[in-house]
Structure formats: C-alpha cells, structure tokens
Design a protein around this ligand. Sequence first.
Ligand code: ZN
Length: 693
Amino acid sequence: MEMASKINAGHLKRTAYLYVRQSTVRQVFENTESTQRQYGLRQRAIALGWPQERVETIDTDLGQSGSSAVDRRGFQKLVAEVGLGRAGIVMGLEVSRLARNSTDWHRLIEICALTQTLILDEDGIYDPREFNDRLLLGLKGTMSEAETHLLRARLRGGLLNKARRGELRSQLPVGLVYDDRDRVILDPDKQVQESLRLLFETFFRTGTAHRIAKHFRHHGVLFPRRVLGGPDKGQVIWGPLGVRNVLLVLHNPRYAGAYAFGRGRWKKETDGRKEWELLPRDRWQVLIPDAHPGYISWQQYEDIDQRLRQNALAYGIDRRHGPVREGPALLQGRVACGLCGNRMSVHYHRRGQHLGPDYLCNRDYMEHAAPVCQIIPGARIDVAVGKLLVEAMTPMAIELSLAVQEEIQARLEEADRLRRQQVERARYEADSARRRYMHVAPENRLVADTLEAEYNEKLRALAEAQDNYERQGSADRKVFSKAQRKQLFSLIQDFPAIWNDPKTPPRERKRIVALLIEDVTLIKAEKIAIQVRFKGGATTTLQTPLPLNAWQGRRTPESIVALIDELLDSRTDAEVAGRLNEKGCVTGAGEKFSKQSVRWIRHSKSLKSYKDRLRENGMMTPDEISKPCGISNDTVKSRREKGLLIGRRCNDKGDWLYFPPSSENLSIMKKSMSDLSPDRLNEIEPPQKEYGV
Ligand SMILES: [Zn+2]
C-alpha cells in the first residue's frame, strides 16, 4: 500500500500530532461536526501503527482567530515540536488550514522536510521530502481555487458525517413528519395515513403503479401532497394521484422506515442544464434500515422494488430511450393523435419473425392512468405513407414543381428589380440632400441645421433600403442550375427503387421521411384516416381499412382445416400434427404444426376431437367396462393386453376407449384370468368391428 509505505519505524517511534482548530468561538459551538471529523483522524493514526498514548492532540487554538501564527499558541507549539524532531506525523483536516497564510504554511512544510515528518489529512499522507508531495502540499496551501474546493468538501463531509448517523434533517415525504423532538413519526392526520395505506395495499393486491393510479381515479380518491416552497410551504394539499407520484412513493425508502441519504446527484448535461439523477441503491451514500416508523416493512420495500423492476422489464417503460430508433416504424416521432392532439408513441409487437409497430396515444395513460386514447396498428400506415411518397416523387411531379418554382423565381426577380430601384432612388435623394447641405453658407445656422437634419434623414432611408434589398435577396432561392437539375432527376428516378429495396435500412427511410414530411395525424374510425402534412405545408389525406386482427392475420387456409377434420377421424392431435408436417403443410403463421396448434384450430373451427368421435361411435371408457364387471381399471388394461378387449388410444395423454365387448366376452371378463384356459381364450369372439384405422 502506497500510503503505509511512506511510514517507517522512525516515524512510528515519534509522536503523532493531531492539530485541531476552529476559527471563531461561534464555529466552536455551531460546527462541532468538523471537530468530530478532526478527532476521527486520531483513529487513522492508531490504525497506521502509532500507539494510542503517542497520539497527541493540540487543540488550544479552539476559539482563536486564525489571522496570524503569533496569536495561536497551539500552532506555535506544533512548529516547535516538529522543529525539534519529536513529531513523526502531523495530522489535520485539509492540511492547508494548518496555517492560515502561506508563509506559515511553507515554513511548516520546510521544517517537516528537514525533520522527516509526515503530514496526513483526509485525502492522504504526504512526505514533504518528496518532490511530488511537496508540490501537492504547496499547491494546496496557495491555490485559492483549491481553497474553495476544500471549503465545499468540508461542508459536504460534515453533512455526510451527520447523515451517516441518520441525524441530518431532510425534507420528509408526505405522510411522515418530525415531532417536537426531531424524531420522524407518521403524520398524525389519519386521512393522510389512510391514503398511504390504501396506496400500498392496492400495490400488494394489483402489483403495478398504473393500477394504483387507476384505482384512485376510478373511486375518486384524492391523494395528499406537500407544498415544497412558497408561502404555503409544508402545507398538505389534496389532488388526483398520478402514476409518477405513485412511483415516487413506492421507491421512497423512508416509507419503509429507513433513513437514506445521497440517493441521487446533480448531473450536468452537455448543454449545461443540470438534471437530478437517481442512483442505484448500492451507490446511495447512506442507508439505515429501521431508523424510524414507516408504513411498510423493509422486506415489503424490497419486494416492491423487485416487482417494479420486473414490471419495467415486462412493460418496457423506458422503451422510448431504448433501441426504438433503430426499429422499423417509419413515422416514429412525427405521429399526432387526431382525437386529442397528443404525440403518439411507437410500441412494437412480435408476430412470428416480424416486428410490427403500433402507434398509440398513451400519454394520459402513462401519466394519469386514464384509458388509452387510441391504438393503431402501424404496418399498413407505413406502407400507405411510403406509397404516397413514391407517387409524389415522380419525375413529372418534380417537373411540375420546378416549373412552379421558376414561375415564382420570375416574380422574385421582378420584386428584386423594384427593390433595387428603391435603393437607387434613396441614394439619389441622399446625394441631393448632401449637395444642398454643402452649398449653404455655414453662418446661416438656421438653414444649415434644417438641411443637415434632412441629409441625415435621407442617409437613414438609404441605409434601410439597402438593408432590405440585401436581406430579401439572400432569402430568395436561386433556380437550379442545369447540372443540379440533372442530378435531381436521376435521384428521383432511383427513388422508388431505393425506397422499396428491402436492404435499405429503416434508418435511411426515416431520414427521407424527415426531409419530406412534417407530421402525420391519425384517427381510427370505421377506417383509419391518415393526414400527411408535407414540409412546406401541403397536406394529403389517405384512408386505409382497419387491419385484420392477429387471428385473422394468420388464418389457416380452409383446405388445411378440411384435411385436419379428415385426419381427426383416426388420429390424436399430435398424430395429426405429425401427419401434416410429413405432408409439408404449414400454419397460417408459416410455422410447423404442433399438437397445440392443431388443438387451437380444432377449438376455433369447432372440430370434434378424436376422442369425441370415438365416443360418438359407441366406444366405452374403462369405467364403463370395469364397473358393471366389478373389476378394476387396471384389470381392464391387462385384459386389453391379453387381447380380450380391443381399444384405441384416444388422445395424447394416453387415455383409451374400448369397443363394447360381446356378452360372452363380458362373462369371461368377470372371471379371473387364472380361470381361463388357453382353449377358453380361443372361444372369445373377435371384436365386432374395426374402427377408423
Ligand atoms: Zn389521443
């Protein structure tokens, strides 16, 4: 360890001096925190190897002003001890504070270097004989910038120490208050308590923040909130409970009776804004469970935390920040809801191999647990908008728009000519005003003054006209040059090919959309209305039919359904699936068949199962055979194995159904197998009919 390596036996033989001081009498009383930290250094010295009795504290300067070393007997004593080579190490908070001004400071470092004395503060241990350490100490002593940093560190360190003991008072969340002895208690207001209890109970019942907000909204229950500033600071007001608030309550460890400090920090964004960032729990500076009464136990808090984390994974609350940008949704970020005007967000659902976008208006849902405004499957909308772009970008359309632009350009040139004339006129007027002014005799003051004013006025008008001309001129776009036109046209010709190429990444398509389309407004009624607003203001409205739902989208062809119906006459679901796969058939979603998918089709098409079909044809269950004969189902099974009964395995669970035995066979069955001689077995009538193989 680098720190310990600076300490040798010689240092340890000498005394460790802890220099403790406070600047003013007031600080002694108010800032006992800093004093406590200074005494904490004492423990460091012992840990580093100094015996307890050889750690000496010099604190005679407590309450002395720090303007000069002369006034501080304690500091003088320290210098003397170091000078006599009796000190092995000098300890203090922020060593530069050992001496208020640099002269004292440098002297102490020089003396320490001569007598091989080490210096220790909260940042580390220094050997003043070493160049690097001396440099560091010198910097610490002289740099005023360092001083402000240290001042802050001292303040912060003090707070942290207090917080570590759970004594730092902080803003309590609603539902908790300080009593007159500064202890945290539940808010005595029963209504406030009840509201919090209801919130937690609802969570344990429903498991999501949304459902809590929904529950409160549905039952018209208001929730308390504490005013954080202004004249009503500290007052409790009641209002609707939003999802954000629910999450703040659920995440706050104080409701579990835990004291927490440093749960977040201010983060500087690149644009200079500061944003409060919550840290993960293992990076909180202080966490003391069971510090005060709460509404839930620490275990419950942990359960909630766990649950919320799972929810976040399952529902993708932060999906907006996730890889969505790379998703295929064409209109991401530029879709508005035609019903309420909010921006619509994109969610993806997986359907087989395909990632399908949905545009949904859920801001009210996210923030207030209000119902989702509308959800619109996005695939068809993207296709329709893409088609619109391809149609709009034809050479003919561009030719037309270029012609329009030329027309506009011609008018702009006309306007330009007029503006230029205005400038010339203003210049002419200014010139004549100047001439009149120059020709007047200087002693004719009255006339001269009037002409001067006129000249100034004309000059101002000229400047304005010139300004105007230049401003307008640069605002007007120039006509495309011939080369530019050619380039543009070749691009347009390629556009449909580029757009429709499956290898074109969604990112590129989105970039094209961003160039051409301002926004898209969606309304779902009996059809979906898509209003596209192009850059530049032109709008077009498209309509697409409502898409098929998921089940319709992957409907199994009728021919396959008929085949399944036929196969079910003699096979279980798994056997049907096997047969279909042998024939190379696939499901509506393009996948291989499984017993589940056969069962699903059977249910949705109301096809009877193999078992039902066998039953309809009079086959019997094991019970129906065993009960009248007074034998067990196991015996039925063994009779089947002996060939006395003919049956069929009727489903994939392994149940059997049996052909009704003849009365002859029935009577044989009643006897025990041992009674049956091989001859008798031959008398058994063979099964009446074969069914369905
Ligand atoms: Zn909406």
